[in-house]
Ligand binder design. Structure first.
Ligand code: GLY
Length: 403
């Protein structure tokens, strides 16, 4: 009897030990992704310790640094916040605060719609992880600056101040609405929320084709609010599907549903997701920079579009009844981005985490390069993935170190 009991206990122990080992092995790729991102962000923080600029990409083999008014300035501080959240390492909290504070003057900047990216990825994460009243104030004042670009005849926020368009609005602008929703919540000023909703509705009406693919730029006539033109700036052609644009739209409407609980936005996000999933024809699900690029299969891939799509689909998978299809698709993207093909080797890639993105191909700019926003949405995807799977990333990192 006693022998039987000991035997059963031994078998049970062996079974649970092997389960635990399998679990660790299953997430080796995730532990490795966090280790690589951690090392890369630490290296970059050390190498630019005396700079007041922000790493954006690689140009002529060198790290391209830009000042706070560049549209991508918030992503590096944002990545540091995510790394802090994933690892619990105080070093990243210190660096994240330092680089976030360099953006303080943006709150009064009215020269671009990108304020949402710039301020919410940085200060928005700071407020979430280390809240205080002065951060809230920056967010509210930035929302006021962004709202100054809203036109009530057109019912949309103006994106750019350059170019020949009368009033350009780009699909990317959907990403700047979160700042308005958040500022509305903390200031109790409904104006910001109403602007965000109007902008989302106008974009829904004019930016999308019947198959739920999106134009990049819609220009409006300010006197009547009528559409002046539909076309592209960064895509292959006016009628093509620029990969990152599709991802911005998906992310934006998923977020709008979360903020408003208006089912129309969820249905719209689902339609965009289905369009993306049916149109991306690559085996690893990392899209070509434009779905209609003429030189497919030799066209460059865009890891940034994949990372944004991945983060959005992970979110969407938690908002619908059967989100498994979205989760599985996102998981494939995330695992592939975490493979040697896209994930940098420690110490290489000028400290960026991912390789192989495209910034602006028609302008011959940032082709097959790392981009700081690919890194940001990759880390966000890791965070969302771990949350859905119930993985404690701090524990995973510690276990990985101990091995
Ligand atoms: N928002 C600019 C871009 O996606 O390249």
């Amino acid at each position: 009897m006693k022998t039987n009991l000991i035997f059963t206990l031994l078998i049970s122990y062996a079974f649970f030990a092997s389960c635990n080992k399998t679990q660790q092995e299953d997430y080796n790729w995730l532990a490795n992704a966090i280790e690589v991102s951690s090392s890369q962000l630490r290296l970059t923080s050390e190498e630019i310790a005396d700079s007041t600029k922000f790493p954006r990409s690689i140009k002529n083999g060198e790290r391209r640094l830009e000042d706070l008014y560049d549209w991508t300035s918030g992503f590096f501080p944002g990545s540091l916040w995510y790394e802090y959240e994933l690892t619990g390492d105080k070093y990243f909290e210190t660096q994240a605060s330092k680089f976030t504070n360099l953006l303080h003057d943006l709150k009064d900047y009215k020269g671009t719609h990108d304020l949402g990216f710039m301020v919410f990825c940085s200060y928005g994460n700071a407020e979430r992880l280390s809240p205080n009243d002065s951060i809230k104030q920056v967010l509210i004042e930035s929302a006021e600056s962004l709202a100054s670009r809203y036109n009530d005849t057109i019912k949309a926020i103006r994106s750019w101040d350059f170019g020949d368009w009368s009033y350009p609005v780009i699909i990317d602008n959907m990403m700047n609405l979160k700042l308005l929703f958040y500022a509305s919540d903390i200031s109790k000023n409904e104006k910001f929320r109403n602007i965000a909703i109007q902008h989302a509705n106008t974009t829904m009406k004019n930016h999308f084709r019947d198959n739920y693919s999106s134009y990049h730029v819609i220009s409006y006539l300010p006197v009547t609010g009528a559409v002046e033109s539909k076309g592209t700036f960064q895509g292959y052609s006016d009628n093509s599907s620029w990969a990152r644009g599709q991802a911005w739209g998906l992310y934006g409407y998923t977020e709008c549903f979360e903020e408003t609980k208006d089912k129309r936005y969820l249905d719209f996000a689902i339609k965009i997701a289905d369009y993306i999933m049916k149109s991306v024809k690559t085996e690893d699900l990392i899209p070509y920079w434009d779905y209609n690029a003429p030189d497919i299969p030799n066209a460059p891939r865009d890891a940034s579009a994949a990372a944004v799509t991945c983060a959005a689909l992970l979110d969407l998978s938690t908002l619908v009844e059967n989100g498994d299809e979205y989760f599985k698709y996102a998981e494939t993207i995330l695992k592939n981005l975490s493979s040697d093909k896209y994930l940098a080797k420690i110490g290489e890639n000028q400290g960026f985490i991912l390789m192989h993105s495209v910034g602006h191909l028609p302008a011959d700019s940032e082709i097959d390069t790392p981009l700081n926003y690919a890194d940001y949405y990759y880390l966000e995807s890791i965070k969302r993935y771990a949350a859905i799977k119930g993985i404690d990333t701090k524990k995973l990192v510690a276990e990985n170190k101990a091995r």
